[in-house]
Design a protein around this ligand. Structure first.
Ligand SMILES: [Zn+2]
Length: 74
């Protein structure tokens, strides 16, 4: 568990505002927002896909992204 937290913490450090500005959603070319709590990158453009972060590296793949319909907790 301790190791998992370390990965999460280092991921937070990696995702900088600069990086967020460079990144764009590969599906709709929308802007990306960092969800620190869930360690996800969320498209705030048209498609609202959610991209995972693995070892501090954003996985910007359409095939691996979660669609907003998969998460109806809001
Ligand atoms: Zn998008």
């Amino acid at each position: 568990m301790t190791q998992l937290w370390r990965i999460a913490l280092s991921s937070q450090e990696e995702i900088s505002q600069e990086l967020l500005e460079i990144l764009a959603c590969p599906a709709c070319k929308g802007d990306i927002e960092y969800d620190r709590e869930n360690q996800k990158l969320i498209c705030i453009g048209e498609c609202k896909r959610r991209y995972s972060i693995r070892d501090g590296i954003p996985v910007m793949l359409i095939d691996e992204a979660e669609l907003p319909t998969d998460n109806r907790d809001t």
